[in-house]
Design a binder for this molecule. Structure first.
Ligand code: AKG
Length: 416
């Protein structure tokens, strides 16, 4: 099923040299598509699919005080069902709900530099495009890649800027494109200074195996549709996030082999917000299978029929709410900042429920791979080290979370 004309293929203007495009330029030409609900596919021949099309997926809003960590696992995790939880943010995280771009600066060590991702003007971080737009080696055969003519373009590799410049970009000031502190263990790296402000995790996750919490700091952002292999308690702290969700069962409608990743390079330029450039070295040997092969908001003709069958549901997570995003659910996430310009979320990741973790590997502290350097292997096994977590899982925690609006983690309160 070749993809020939997605709407954004022409990101390079007629006059632009091959391999580079002006920051923020996107093709206005749109591939035609079947409008949802009118000229959609004839699904009557396919009963299963037809039932799926009519099946309504809705996400409940539930007060956390009505649940215990056990009932949360039983009702939502074990059934792979997303839910919006109210009053589930740990009490010790409450001050984060008042963060602004300015308060980030006040809390940080002076002259701090941070690694952040430059985004396109519409806030997008990744999209699928024609591989021929990229100079470099196209004869590389990567396992699982079906459409060698396509790449998953990443707006740009992360760049290092001063925190002051990052804050200026949140305020839409300065010479910067939109910048996003987009997870990737950033509380252990650039944003370490905020780690003590977010101790522990939402208490309803107590029965799960905690991995880490990631921070998402940005303005108007748009994280492309993908899925992850974690259980996610996604806490919205400032502004709101709109999630477009599709269940894991929609994967055949979205994934079409692995996609080769291509990282654009962001290049500063005088008097403008810079350029994104396609360089040969940006074509990576990574091929991922957790990104959709087309833009669900604007599917090209070849995928219109599949797109019309998606069981899409849109959920807005407001400041103070926590979305439980189960393992394998597809999500596209649009950030809407508060009037301060900041949109901030903290995603607590847990080991997937539907994976058999062997107790022995949970206690291993050394490398799992023969010959691997200890430091590297420990990092590789990061998820399995989880000091103290197995105890938290085995310990019986009775009684509802009720009475404690923000859960119970007195021992994990912020010390800063
Ligand atoms: O908030 C976002 O932009 C993306 C969040 C996300 O993809 C995640 O937490 O897995």
């Amino acid at each position: 099923m070749p993809l020939t004309s997605p709407g954004w293929l022409g990101t390079v203007s007629k006059d632009a040299p091959r391999g580079s495009w002006p920051c923020y330029e996107r093709n206005q030409g749109r591939a035609s598509r079947a409008p949802l609900g009118t000229d959609g596919p004839d699904v009557s021949k396919d009963r299963t699919r037809s039932q799926q099309v009519t099946m309504k997926i809705s996400v409940e809003r539930v007060p956390a005080e009505n649940l215990t960590p056990e009932s949360f696992v039983r009702e939502y995790v074990a059934t792979n069902t997303p839910v919006l939880l109210q009053g589930a943010i740990p009490e010790s995280w409450a001050p984060c709900l008042s963060w602004t771009p300015e308060s980030l600066l006040e809390m940080a060590p002076s002259e701090l530099r941070v690694k952040v991702a430059p985004l396109m003007e519409d806030g997008r971080d990744k999209w699928v495009e024609d591989a021929s737009l990229w100079p470099g080696r196209h004869d590389v055969k990567l396992p699982g890649v079906v459409h060698g003519n396509l790449v998953l373009a990443v707006a740009a590799s992360r760049i290092e800027v001063s925190l002051a410049d990052f804050v200026a970009s949140l305020r839409k000031e300065g010479q910067w494109p939109a910048l996003y502190a987009d997870g990737a263990a950033n509380l252990e790296k650039s944003f370490e200074f905020l780690r003590c402000k977010l101790p522990g995790f939402p208490a309803l996750g107590e029965r799960l195996l905690f991995k880490r919490t990631d921070l998402w700091l940005g303005g108007e952002t748009l994280s492309t549709l993908h899925f992850d292999n974690v259980e996610n308690l996604f806490a919205q702290l400032v502004g709101e996030k709109e999630f477009l969700l599709c269940p894991p069962g929609d994967t055949p409608l979205l994934a079409d082999g692995r996609l080769r990743k291509a990282y654009a390079t962001w290049q500063a330029s005088e008097g403008s917000k810079g350029n994104f450039e396609r360089k040969a070295e940006g074509l990576s040997d990574e091929a991922v299978m957790n990104y959709a092969v087309y833009d669900v908001d604007d599917p090209p003709e070849e995928y219109a029929e599949l797109a019309a069958q998606l069981r899409k549901t849109v959920v807005t997570v407001r400041a103070g709410e926590v979305l439980y995003l189960p393992f394998g659910w597809w999500h596209q996430v649009r950030g809407r900042p508060s009037p301060s310009g900041l949109c901030c979320s903290a995603a607590s990741f847990f080991q997937p429920f539907f994976v058999r973790l062997q107790p022995k590997s949970l206690s291993l502290t050394g490398p799992l791979l023969r010959g691997a350097a200890a430091g590297r292997a420990e990092a590789t096994n990061e998820g399995f080290l989880m000091k103290g977590t197995p105890g938290a899982v085995l310990e019986t925690q009775r009684g509802p979370v009720a009475g404690s609006r923000f859960g119970r983690h007195p021992s994990k309160r912020s010390k800063c």
